[in-house]
Design a protein around this ligand. Structure first.
Ligand SMILES: O=C(O)C(=O)C[C@]1(C(=O)O)C=C[C@@H](O)C=C1
Length: 375
């Protein structure tokens, strides 16, 4: 190789080495800039959280599009380039969205229902039954209280099975005003009388805040139904009573809305709330509603409240109540609810979904075989 060629190679090598060194230096500068941006982003996030706390205290909406637009316009006006305004707007919009998420996460963690705020499981005591303490509870009874005899027949079966929680609808929220509306206070009296005869506890729905106080002598657990999940007057009134509340998830409610509904009750002073997943409305027509089984572990993880699954309303048909109940318990549910009627075929409401007493006993036997004791 001639000396000229050697010299050429040597100078190319130095050129490459210089470029490599420059690249290293520029990357080092970028690393420092990144660290600086991160520091400022974190500082910004702290300020955003502080604003979030202030807004929460004052009941102001987290999302403020006017403020966001002002900031974006100002940033675009002072943009020195080389990024164009659209890119700058896009980057800052992403920062605002992340900031909103941060505020939301902190707010959720501060909710009374949140497991982050209250890590231990809440156990709701109804007489001898401790819902949420590990042994699955079963709430069973007719859709509607129709007569003393009908209610008594179911109550007797519950007692024979060693169960305690008797459900029965006295005030019925029906889609049509012409359908059976329930026996009202007469129904509650039947429930109380029968429950006392067999040493049971009554779970029954109340529709209106003004009925709550008068209903309390007859009811051990006040049910707030799916259609009333966002009846805020009722939720607030239920917060003021000294009785556990079984709150059903609304037909089209998200898990977040469900949690906020429960928050109303806790925020008004009543910590004894049982969340009840009862199926949500979807396009599927093979079942009356779609049992949102994933709500069970999510509610268990995000809240400290016991979770019940109403298999009857989720299914709307009696042939799949057993697999749904197994799925619910396997997913972590603390309680099951099922409708039982001595003669479902002549029931005044929901005839196609209630089971008769022998079917109920068989269902219960299978649950016990798979999951052990129930209360
Ligand atoms: O300024 C506020 O009110 C904030 O909550 C902060 C912030 C932001 O990140 O700048 C976050 C969300 C709002 O939509 C608007 C602005």
């Amino acid at each position: 190789m001639g000396t000229e060629r050697v010299g050429e190679l040597a100078s190319r090598e130095t050129e490459e080495q210089t470029a490599e060194r420059t690249l290293q230096a520029l990357r080092k500068e970028l690393d420092e800039i990144n660290a600086e941006i991160l520091r400022w982003l974190s500082r910004r996030a702290e300020v955003v959280l502080e604003i979030g706390r202030l807004k929460l205290r004052q009941g102001i909406n987290r999302f403020d599009p006017v403020r966001e637009k002002e900031m974006l316009d100002r940033l675009a006006a002072m943009n020195p380039g080389p990024f164009d305004d659209t890119t700058i707007r896009h980057i800052f919009k992403t920062i605002f969205a992340a900031s909103l998420q941060l505020q939301k996460k902190e707010e959720e963690a501060s909710l009374l229902v949140s497991r982050k705020r209250h890590p231990e499981d809440t156990v709701v005591e109804v007489g001898p039954v401790r819902i949420g303490a590990g042994v699955p509870a079963v709430v069973a009874g007719p859709c509607s209280v129709e007569s003393y005899e009908q209610t008594r027949a179911v109550a007797e079966a519950l007692r024979e099975e060693g169960l305690t929680l008797l459900r029965g609808g006295a005030f019925k929220p029906r889609t049509s005003p012409y359908d059976f509306q329930g026996l009202g206070f007469d129904g509650l009296k039947i429930l109380r009388e029968v429950a006392d005869e067999f040493g049971l506890k009554v779970v029954s729905e109340i529709l209106a805040p003004e009925d709550l106080e008068m209903a309390l002598p007859y009811i051990d657990v006040v049910q707030i139904g799916a259609r009333n999940m966002q009846n805020f007057a009722l939720l607030k009134a239920a917060g003021h009573i000294d009785r556990p509340v079984l709150l059903k998830r609304g037909l089209s409610a998200t898990i977040e809305e469900f949690k906020y509904a429960a928050e109303y009750i806790l925020a008004h002073g009543n910590p004894n709330v049982i969340l009840c997943e009862r199926g949500i409305r979807t396009f599927e027509r093979a079942t009356r509603n779609t049992l949102d089984i994933s709500a069970v572990p999510i509610l268990k993880a995000e809240t400290h409240l016991p979770v019940c699954v109403d298999v009857t309303h989720a299914a709307g048909r009696r042939d799949i109540l057993l697999p749904l109940a197994k799925a619910a318990l396997a997913a972590g549910a603390d309680a099951l609810m099922i409708e039982v009627h001595p003669q479902p075929e002549v029931a005044l409401s929901d005839a196609q979904q209630q089971v008769n007493i022998p079917e109920f006993r068989a269902w219960l036997g299978e649950i016990r075989r798979m999951f052990g004791a129930v209360v």
